[in-house]
Ligand binder design. Structure first.
Ligand SMILES: C[C@H](OP(=O)(O)OC[C@@H](O)[C@@H](O)[C@@H](O)Cn1c2nc(=O)[nH]c(=O)c-2cc2ccc(O)cc21)C(=O)N[C@@H](CCC(=O)N[C@@H](CCC(=O)O)C(=O)O)C(=O)O
Length: 358
């Protein structure tokens, strides 16, 4: 089992760098930084975290195919690859519709957009000249000039004491992009078609879910996709991108998780709510309170059932039990997502105790 941790850059980057160092020392394998235009820039944050750490992988978790041209995204993550000494990974997903509205971006044809982006990344990472005339992506001889030489000379360029270029293959042994000349691409997905496509094209899938039932439903879809590309499910890192809230006082952990669960419920496809026996109608009420920034009211609208289905929230014993259930359901990476805990530094070290027992 691998362990990741998610940081939302809505607090100073210096704080996130220090949390990342604590997570690295606690035994986490990945740091994922979210990408929303209303927060601090994902790549600047990853650069700072790269310089503050030596071993942990650093990744965009997740960017999208609309706010940056794929060649711009490739240049950004290849730069993080260089700064981190070969520890960069790239997560890409359809993006957040509500944030896109503020940018005047429609976010159309997400499956096509992501498939086309992923199809050009590997050649761009190798420094090749790429032309692509797709429905959602158009490149006419794009090239990341520094990529080829950088990949070849990484040990000399690396900022971390030991360039772990081959490190990615130690955690993703079978993924097509675990070679030293590329950067593993993960897809952030929840919907059935996105999950299937991720199985076909990605080194890993980051699934915004915390309950074993969601992975029991997701794995066959991912496997279908992997078969289309003559791959095997074990070639794919199945990451549970959880809403995680741990506290000695379980009630306090649940209270802290409620607003995050409200956002997840509002963004979740109806089929996922129905799977968990939750009436999709509740989305309207929650969305209304969110639009008024009435976050206090959210707690009252978020039921225990929603907390149970969309979060891992409780004391260390409960959290460890739920993480073991996720492992049994076929998850290969558990990402500890927001809110994490009231005292992040103490909670990250506390989760390290659980990781040690896995
Ligand atoms: C688009 C959507 O896909 P989805 O997988 O449910 O996407 C929901 C979220 O995963 C998506 O909003 C992510 O970007 C959210 N997200 C983040 N979103 C962000 O904006 N920033 C983040 O940092 C972020 C992190 C993150 C981490 C993990 C994760 O799983 C998701 C995360 C969907 O509706 N999919 C359906 C339908 C797809 C569809 O639109 N099909 C059409 C169009 C086909 C075409 O595209 O060509 C058709 O079939 O005709 C499906 O998969 O079946």
């Amino acid at each position: 089992m691998k362990f990741g941790i998610e940081f939302v850059p809505n607090e100073p980057v210096a704080h996130l760098s220090s949390y990342a160092k604590i997570a690295e020392n606690a035994g986490f394998d990945f740091v994922w930084v979210t990408d929303h235009s209303n927060n601090r820039d994902v790549y600047a944050t990853l650069a700072a975290i790269s310089l503050a750490t030596q071993r942990i992988f650093v990744g965009a978790g997740v960017t999208n195919p609309y706010t940056r041209n794929p060649a711009v995204t490739a240049s950004a993550i290849a730069t993080i690859y260089e700064i981190s000494g070969g520890r960069a990974v790239l997560g890409i997903g359809p993006g957040d519709k509500s944030t896109f509205e503020t940018l005047g971006i429609s976010g159309d044809k997400p499956l096509t957009a992501i498939r086309e982006c992923v199809s050009v990344f590997s050649d761009l990472f190798l420094g090749k000249t790429v032309s692509f005339d797709g429905e959602m992506v158009s490149l006419k001889g794009a090239r990341i000039d520094f990529a080829k030489k950088m990949m070849e000379n990484l040990p000399a360029l690396s900022t971390s004491p030991v360039a772990q270029v081959s490190q990615i293959s130690s955690v993703l042994p079978n993924s097509p992009s675990s070679s030293t000349s590329s950067i593993p691409v993960y897809v952030g997905a929840q919907g059935p078609k996105m999950l299937e496509m991720a199985g076909e094209v990605a080194a890993g899938v980051l699934i915004n879910a915390s309950h074993p039932d969601d992975f029991k439903a997701a794995l066959p879809l991912i496997e279908n996709g992997s078969k289309k590309a003559n791959r095997n499910l074990k070639d794919i890192d199945i990451a549970a991108y959880t809403c995680f809230s741990m506290d000695d006082d379980s009630e306090a952990a649940i209270k802290k998780a409620a607003p995050v669960v409200a956002f997840i419920v509002v963004g979740a496809p109806d089929l996922i709510l129905v799977r968990h026996g939750i009436n999709p109608e509740i989305k309207k009420e929650l969305a209304a309170e969110i639009s008024k920034s009435n976050f206090k009211a959210l707690g009252g609208l978020v039921s225990d059932k929603m907390i149970d289905k969309f979060a891992i929230a409780g004391d260390a014993g409960f959290c460890e039990k739920r993480m073991k259930e996720l492992e049994k359901s076929g998850v290969t990476q558990i990402v500890v997502g927001s809110p994490i805990g009231a005292d992040k530094e103490k909670t990250i070290s506390g989760i390290g105790e659980i990781i040690r027992d896995f």
